[in-house]
Design a protein around this ligand. Structure first.
Ligand SMILES: C[S@@+](CC[C@H](N)C(=O)[O-])C[C@H]1O[C@@H](n2cnc3c(N)ncnc32)[C@H](O)[C@@H]1O
Length: 299
């Protein structure tokens, strides 16, 4: 994939016409033309990387009796795994999109009814109580949230002193790697258009490089980072293939920018060809950051 080291206008406030009134650059209910594809993509993404992520979560301080706050659980596939990980704890999952909450409710089976609470709302104004959680997890969410410092301040408020925030997110400079790399200017254009579309809705696909600084500025200490890399040789190309479903992921781009249609079509065809190759190989990379709310930081 393309290497994005510098992209104009990734900060939403610098994007002409950026819609900063949205609480999220992610799809609203009814906005995705094929929500089942998106849910499948997210489910496969969890299947591919959970084993590595949970090891890192434990290393960052997740215990079996923790009170956990999950921000933006979406369809609930991380939620499902987290519930297994905290048999003696509780999980509060705060999600903006009511359709996804209903999807999650449909398949989640907590061991005890009080183990899981699903809450509809935004991390920018959660309404959740002060100092109530031992660990908060925001996985692939902050890239969608405008005013990230406000979101981090809200999470900080809800954590107990000594509590941990874990942020898992991407940076499009290193989101994914393909081999053999298709040599296509259209491909690079699609990556840039995707960054720009997300920024125009208040999001930031290059947030990975900023997360440590943002967490520190929000008052978190003891900042740590791990990279989670997943290879198709490890988990199977079929598990990673939904990430390359360009047709499903670019419809929103074409809807707001008809000029994106051609590069999206060329790229979608190239991805089909790539996935059909017997020697196709792919890697995904996530960053996992952890920070601690200092014990002296009571509200
Ligand atoms: C890419 S999905 C990730 C879902 C899940 N965390 C995962 O890793 O599979 C992003 C999720 O964050 C939610 N989200 C985005 N902005 C939010 C906000 N301001 N408050 C709460 N949830 C938000 C979206 O609705 C969506 O469900």
């Amino acid at each position: 994939m393309t290497t994005v080291t510098q992209t104009p206008q990734t900060d939403a406030s610098e994007v002409p016409g950026a819609d900063l009134s949205r609480p999220s650059s992610y799809y609203k209910p009814g906005e995705h033309h094929a929500p089942e594809n998106e849910i499948h993509r997210l489910r496969q993404q969890v299947a591919a990387s959970w084993q590595k992520e949970v090891r890192t979560l434990r290393e960052f301080g997740l215990t079996t009796d923790a009170d956990v706050l999950e921000i933006g659980p979406g369809p609930g596939y991380i939620t499902e795994r987290l519930l297994e990980e905290i048999p003696d704890g509780t999980l509060t999952a705060l999600e903006l999109n009511e359709d996804l909450i209903e999807h999650a409710r449909g398949h989640l089976t907590p061991a005890r009814p009080e183990q899981l609470t699903l809450v509809q709302g935004s991390v920018l104004e959660s309404g959740l109580p002060d100092e109530s959680y031992d660990l908060a997890l925001a996985r692939l969410v902050l890239q969608h949230v405008p005013h990230t410092p406000d979101a981090l301040a809200e999470i900080h408020r809800t954590l107990r002193p000594g509590g941990k925030l874990v942020v898992t997110d991407v940076d499009d400079a290193l989101w994914g790697l393909l081999h053999p790399q298709p040599d296509l200017p259209e491909f690079d254009e699609v990556v840039k258009l995707r960054i720009q579309l997300q920024a125009s809705r208040g999001g930031n696909r290059l947030i990975g490089r900023e997360l440590g600084q943002l967490m520190k500025a929000a008052g978190f200490t003891d900042i740590k980072v791990e990279a989670i890399a997943i290879s198709s040789e490890e988990v199977g190309l079929d598990v990673l293939a939904p990430q390359l479903n360009v047709r499903s992921r670019t419809a929103a781009m074409v809807a707001v920018n008809p000029a994106a249609q051609r590069p999206c079509e060329v790229t979608a065809d190239a991805m089909d060809e790539f996935l059909a190759r017997p020697d196709a190989s792919m890697m995904l990379v996530f960053f996992m950051f952890s920070g601690t709310k200092p014990a002296g930081d009571a509200r």
